[in-house]
Design a binder for this molecule. Structure first.
Ligand SMILES: [Zn+2]
Length: 112
């Protein structure tokens, strides 16, 4: 399983914890469970310096289709940034992270 994309909670533990707690407090308990196991499949790649969005599922070929919905979690773009989940049929496909403080990767844990 070593070829799996990195787990969000291992790469950005603080962000993953915030995501889970935002989902839980908004009543999205099912998505909170999903958020715990999210993997960073790809960075957004748009190059905008306010954008740290990432894919948690392979990029779709086109639009996400009828099962798609957006779940805004943080809307205060000036202070704490903006987080919007793209969910398709209950699966988190993409996490929009805009105007958010820089996500700093957790240094790799030295093996003990
Ligand atoms: Zn982007």
């Amino acid at each position: 399983m070593s070829d799996q994309p990195p787990l969000l909670r291992e790469t950005f533990p603080a962000f993953a914890a915030e995501l889970v707690s935002l989902l839980t407090s908004d009543g999205h308990t099912d998505l909170a469970v999903c958020a715990h196991d999210l993997r960073i499949v790809a960075q957004c790649g748009c190059g905008d310096d306010f954008c740290q969005s990432f894919y948690t599922a392979p990029k779709p070929d086109g639009a996400y289709g009828p099962g798609h919905r957006n779940i805004p979690l943080l809307r205060d773009g000036d202070r704490s940034g903006m987080i919007v989940l793209d969910v398709v049929n209950g699966r988190i496909m993409y996490v929009e992270v805009l105007y958010y403080p820089p996500l700093t990767p957790q240094p790799a844990n030295p093996a003990t």
